[in-house]
Design a protein around this ligand. Structure first.
Ligand SMILES: CC(C)(COP(=O)(O)OP(=O)(O)OC[C@H]1O[C@@H](n2cnc3c(N)ncnc32)[C@H](O)[C@@H]1OP(=O)(O)O)[C@@H](O)C(=O)NCCC(=O)NCCS
Length: 148
């Protein structure tokens, strides 16, 4: 398994994984939204802010981050590859690209939502602490912060 920056050549395989996990992400319900997301991913790729995990050439994990906002913007691992520390490895790679003096932010499901169990457990395990309750795409979410 290798962790590397995703480039434009990866976009079709990247989007195949997004389609598989789209149910976990509010805001990806329609074809139009998926197309818009594709352009967003291409933007992140052009800014060297798209990280992927590849197993035998196949993309099995994806992560988008923002250097400007010190924020993890999108994270998913293919269902059949979970609990193999792939998300953890992508996160560690992201840390090497971010300013080590700045807190890192991410928003995810609020407590009590079944879809949020894995993500919340993951972020806590990685050292993030619970922050503000906010909304994203009209859904209630919670910020998590990695204090530095
Ligand atoms: C959240 C997600 C990215 C985690 O990816 P992953 O590669 O399985 O995570 P890792 O294997 O790196 O997990 C590292 C540690 O986090 C914790 N963790 C991860 N998933 C967990 C779960 N389902 N339940 C409890 N703890 C969990 C564990 O402590 C794990 O270590 P361990 O397996 O040795 O116990 C993955 O479950 C996923 O893609 N979910 C759907 C999309 C999603 O929710 N994305 C985030 C939205 S903001």
């Amino acid at each position: 398994m290798i962790i590397q920056l995703g480039t434009e050549q990866d976009i079709d395989h990247w989007m195949n994984l997004v389609e598989k996990v789209r149910d976990s992400f509010p805001g990806l319900e329609t074809e139009e939204a998926l197309n818009e997301h594709r352009n967003i991913v291409l933007d992140f790729m052009n800014r060297n802010s798209a990280i992927c995990a590849k197993e035998k050439g196949k993309i099995v994990g994806i992560l988008l981050f923002s250097n400007e906002n010190s924020e993890l913007c999108f994270l998913a691992v293919a269902a059949e590859y979970r609990r193999r520390h792939i998300a953890e490895k992508m996160l560690s790679y992201m840390f090497t690209k971010l300013d080590s003096s700045k807190d890192i932010f991410v928003t995810t499901y609020r407590d009590g939502v079944p879809e949020g169990i894995a993500a919340r457990a993951f972020y806590k395990r990685m050292g993030f602490v619970e922050g503000k309750l906010t909304e994203e795409f009209g859904s209630p979410v919670q910020e998590f912060v990695l204090k530095r």
